[in-house]
Design a protein around this ligand. Sequence first.
Ligand code: AOF
Ligand code: ZN
Length: 363
Amino acid sequence: MTDQDYMRRAIELAKQGEGWTSPNPLVGAVIVKDGRVIGEGYHARYGECHAERNALKACMEPTEGADLYVTLEPCCHYGKQPPCVEAIVQAGIRRVFVGSDDPNPLVAGKGIRYLRERGITVETHVLKEECDRLNPVFFHFIRKRTPYVVMKYAMTLDGKIAAYTGASKWVTGEEARAYVQRERHRYRGIMVGVGTVLADDPMLNCRMPGGRNPVRIICDTHLRTPVTSQIVRTAKEIPTILAVCEPDRNRYQPYEEAGCQILALPEAEGHIDLNALMEKLGQAQIDSILLEGGGTLNWAACKCGIVREVHAYVAPKLFGGAEAKTPVEGRGVADPSEAVLLKIKEIRHLGEDLLIESEVQDV
Ligand code: AOF
Ligand code: ZN
């Protein structure tokens, strides 16, 4: 086994925390002595023990002289947990192999320095790119304090999200739809426009067994969400935020009684100021959002620059129709030179469909 193999194992462990650690990172750790793994751990849940301490606790034999492989720089601050670097020193670890740097200003290089000052050999950037891929959300949120927004849609090969009648069940197949449920578990929030609520009356919950429901966020400038909608009726069980520009507070009452939280926001170009909304959601510790449209909201989100990734599920079929809805509508750009530029990150096959994951290029 090489250093990379042990780090790969640490990455696999880190993924087991998916959906539960937010707004903290996914982290995995492996402890190796005399060429054998003697302890493994990962960060399982927000606020609980860090990966390094979990791996140390799992060791059934003395850790003196052992090596630690950890996907993120060990912390050196008192937060909800005591500093991992202290536990590492106390355990007599000889060498530490680190994947990602920790951009958290409380850590940022200080964890590595602390270890080196105490005579521990530290090797950094072991499988850095793979480790970094665990935590795009954490890296964004710790710096910006606004949610990492992933725009998601399912379309036909001719770019339609529904037939001209509005019927959209189904565009993609079963495997792709099951994958979407997994994605809903992974992100803290799910956001749609009121048009989607009026058209589909969706639940926007996570139907993956053992999954976690995202906080539902409805962009509803004029408060048009029906009180009888599934979303409002289940707002006591699943956190639900209605983002509005409606100034008449008397209209909030039935929604608030049903369990919804109303966020009143300034208006920008006839709809909710999405940047103001992101600030507020960040303050509520919502670090990531799956944006499930429709087209009007998707365009507004692209235009104001809050979208970080685009996940397009593409079904090998054609709907046709000049009136059939497309994923991103609004006004659009006037010229190809004004396009929102993306970089393809990954393409996967999900049954008969494709998932194309791309990142928005910073301009
Ligand atoms: C985690 N899990 O496995 C590691 C983390 O408030 P605390 O004490 O939980 O500290 C959170 C910070 O600790 C986090 O922002 C990151 O910088 C660092 N490392 N955090 O939640 C872990 N290793
Ligand atoms: Zn720690």
